[in-house]
Design a protein around this ligand. Structure first.
Ligand SMILES: Cc1ncc(COP(=O)(O)O)c(C=O)c1O
Length: 390
């Protein structure tokens, strides 16, 4: 399959959040955008062809999901993650964050305590706060350059009564792909203390060599019943603008309750093009994805080797995702000054570490899902600015 990953595709003028909002977000159009989690890379050719063919039809009326798309999903999960699910366990939704909002509303009550592991993808805070649930933080521990879960604290919070734990696996922004041992411990503790697990596995397909994604629900029948897994091909195949995802749970009661929430919000149908894209990506995109992972691995190694010799920036080695968590604390700058430095001196548009929680102070997140020349440009800009500072 043709690999066009080195082609720089102009995205300005496409209403791209990443490229067309630069001046309003970073104050200048000269900033190189390496922030919001989509890719500057074209989708697999068969996905583009399927969308073009569907567009040529010319009618975009209400569209339903059927057994064929279910089959694409179940076969994908089996083949890529060795997870055997039934078609009836799937519920489609416009996005993983929508699914999580519905799960919170359907399966927890106002005042319930919901736990997240910080620093974490910013909308996780809204999942708890916007619904008047109580936010419980189980901060991740950083030792050397590796994040781990603090299980003692995790259990002490569960003992106080936690209704649901929102797992992020692989974890955005710290890039961990949780191991079987870690997931078994999470599962054991959540079962022991009867906490539901809402597992955001949107980055599941983006795993670097040497690591393996394990859906937590696949660990045992008991944990499967306790878990709502939210997945989507949108990160893996760069389809976020098509607004499509799905959740999986074998428990009919939980799935029905979530579906009821969707209905209450008037969400009852999917985007026609999204359905077309999921099917084409899962049925015909596997080789493209394997090639993509090679590109991401190359880009990741480039970031790691480029910053290796400067003490100011330590790269947290990612095991999954195309998001690189940069530890800039050795720059000894107050966080606001660090943000300003990246924006105004280096002229790169990174995600602000503090948006992931206070634990992100002194950190920035870099998106490397772009041609290698773009990653190199971003690195060079940062290195030059750091050098000038000395
Ligand atoms: C962990 C995580 N969950 C969810 C999303 C967004 O998913 P969706 O666009 O399907 O709501 C992102 C996007 O970056 C993410 O990183």
């Amino acid at each position: 399959m043709e690999n066009t990953f080195e082609e720089t595709i102009q995205r300005t003028g496409t209403r791209s959040v990443k490229w067309d909002l630069l001046s309003s977000i970073y104050g200048s159009n000269d900033v190189l955008p390496m922030w919001v989690a989509d890719m500057d890379l074209a989708v697999p050719e068969p996905v583009k062809e399927a969308l073009v063919e569907r567009a040529q039809h010319g009618i975009f009326g209400y569209t339903f999901t059927d057994q064929l798309i279910n089959k694409s999903v179940t076969e994908w999960l089996k083949k890529r993650h060795q997870w055997d699910i039934k078609q009836s366990w799937i519920l489609y939704s416009p996005g993983v964050i929508s699914s999580l909002h519905m799960a919170v509303q359907a399966l927890t009550e106002p005042g319930d305590r919901i736990m997240i592991q910080t620093p974490v993808y910013p909308p996780f805070y809204d999942l708890v706060n916007l619904h008047d649930r109580k936010l419980v933080k189980n901060p991740l521990r950083l030792q050397d350059d590796r994040y781990t879960m603090d299980f003692d604290h995790f259990e002490s919070e569960l003992q106080k009564g936690v209704k649901a734990f929102i797992l992020c696996n692989p974890h955005n922004p710290v890039g961990r792909v949780w191991t079987k041992d870690e997931l078994e411990k999470v599962a054991e503790l959540c079962l022991k203390h009867d906490a539901l697990i809402f597992s955001d596995e949107i980055h599941a397909d983006l795993i670097y060599p040497g690591h393996k994604h394990i859906p937590i629900a696949s660990l045992s029948e008991e944990i499967n019943q306790q878990t709502i897994t939210c997945m989507s091909p949108t990160k893996s195949f760069n389809l976020a603008g098509l607004q499509v995802s799905y959740l999986v749970t074998p428990d009919n009661k939980k799935r029905d309750a979530i579906n009821h929430q969707f209905k209450k919000q008037g969400v009852h149908i999917l985007n026609t093009m999204g359905i077309t894209a999921v099917e084409a990506a899962y049925n015909e995109g596997e080789q493209w994805l394997d090639n993509l992972i090679q590109l991401l691995d190359k880009n990741k190694k480039l970031v790691e080797s480029s910053f290796k010799d400067i003490p100011e920036i330590q790269v947290i080695p990612a095991e999954g995702t195309y998001l690189i968590w940069l530890d800039c604390r050795s720059m000894q700058m107050e966080h606001g000054a660090l943000k300003k430095f990246m924006q105004e001196q280096a002229k790169v548009g990174l995600n602000d570490g503090v948006s992931f929680g206070e634990e992100g102070s002194g950190f920035m997140r870099m998106n490397i899902a772009c041609p290698t020349v773009t990653v190199k440009e971003g690195i060079d800009r940062i290195l030059l600015a750091v050098k000038k500072r000395q």
